[in-house]
Write a protein that binds this ligand. Structure first.
Ligand code: UD1
Length: 346
């Protein structure tokens, strides 16, 4: 059985990916310092898959402990690296915290890989590297635009670090960079999902918390954009679809199917939805009300972006399958699950 290390495996996208890996027969080791996740997520993963993944409470900044973990676990076939900070606003306030955490964690892993004879790494990147693209839908060949936040910059720099490292030692490394659009929703069992820490920054957790009454109303950041209804457009991708892409990417590496030792793929649906469309769809699908108010634009927001995911389809054989209705339904089911199990946190 192939053994995969998943850093940040207790997090939102990480936990869904662990489920898909285990469903496909991979043995998983999670490395997570629980800085933005809870250990209970392992219970959810175990309930869904029947297997409790191995867990190591290690900070990826801790080179010595990572080294020891690789040594004791032995024979790891690949790494999926999710562990990173991801809040845009916080990154503007605490840039060094972001640069240190996101860059050094990656560098530690890349340095340890050849020492422990691990060739394969999948990196969790973002469509944020494109900024506001000149052409839509955006392909992988679109130019990388100057980042609008330290967070976005860490994704760009991490991509460059991986690219330089893979080019310098093509026999030693294979890397796949996955650029996510906007991951939303939860596992259909509602046993795992997103656990926002405090007031959510992202749209969907805020919508769901407003619908359930934790927040009085949602603020829609701007309705004067150059879009059909004036609100921003994003490509919202179901988190389980996204998780499956990681499994496919790993298999491609492990089966030596890569044409170059570094490949990059967009992961999106290919379809853009506006903030107001998301609110309306959420209300319709779940038969709930989402009180909202239009307010001013949020600084640093992109007007519109959606993916051309043709490459992932042609090369990986992957495409987003879940409908937006099912996805918004899963987000609501998860919110209700949280309301039953978690004390209300405001
Ligand atoms: C951004 C980054 C993404 C990053 C993510 C992490 C871009 C293009 N995307 O996503 O790479 O991974 O942050 O947090 O830079 N909105 C509201 N009210 C709210 C919250 C959001 O109207 O309370 C709107 C936003 O203005 C935006 C849309 O909803 O138009 C989505 O926002 P959000 O979920 O924060 O994601 P991005 O900003 O697209």
């Amino acid at each position: 059985m192939s053994k995969i290390l998943v850093t940040g495996g207790a997090g939102y996208i990480g936990s869904h990916t662990v489920v898909e890996l285990q469903n496909e027969g991979f043995e998983v080791i999670i490395v997570d310092n629980l800085s933005n996740s809870k250990i209970e997520v392992l219970n959810g993963i175990e309930k869904i898959t029947g297997v409790r993944p191995a867990f190591e409470n290690i900070d990826c900044l801790d080179y010595m402990n990572l080294d020891r973990m690789f040594e004791t676990r032995g024979n790891i076939d690949g790494i999926i690296h999710f562990a990173a900070y991801k809040a845009v606003g916080e990154s503007v306030e605490k840039p060094l915290m972001y640069y240190r955490n996101n860059l050094v964690s990656l560098i530690n892993l890349l340095q340890l890989m050849p020492i422990h004879k691990i060739k394969n790494i999948v990196f969790s990147s973002s469509c944020t590297v494109y900024g506001q693209p000149d052409q839509l839908p955006v392909t992988e060949n679109a130019p990388i635009k100057p980042a609008l936040s330290p967070y976005g910059n860490t994704k760009q720099i991490c991509e460059e670090i991986i690219r330089d490292t893979a080019h310098a030692a093509p026999e030693t490394y294979q890397a796949i960079l996955l650029r996510y659009f906007n991951p939303i929703g939860a596992h259909p069992t509602a046993l795992i999902g997103e656990l926002p820490n405090g007031v959510p920054n992202n749209l969907l957790p805020f919508v769901a918390q407003t619908a359930i009454g934790i927040r009085p109303e949602l603020k829609v950041f701007g309705n004067d954009y150059n879009t059909p209804d004036g609100s921003c457009i994003r490509d919202y991708i179901n988190v389980v679809d996204l998780a499956r892409a990681h499994v496919v990417a790993l298999k491609r590496m492990m089966n030596n199917k890569m044409t170059e030792n570094i490949e990059t793929f967009n992961l999106g649906t290919g379809r853009g939805l506006s903030v107001l469309e998301i609110i309306n769809d959420f209300e319709r699908v779940n038969d709930v009300k989402v009180p909202y108010q239009i307010v001013g634009r949020r600084e640093g927001d992109i007007e519109k972006v959606w993916a051309d995911a043709t490459l992932a389809n042609e090369v990986l054989g992957w495409q987003a399958k879940e409908t937006i209705d099912d996805t918004l339904g899963s987000a609501w089911a998860w919110e209700k699950h949280l309301a039953e199990t978690e004390p209300k946190s405001v």
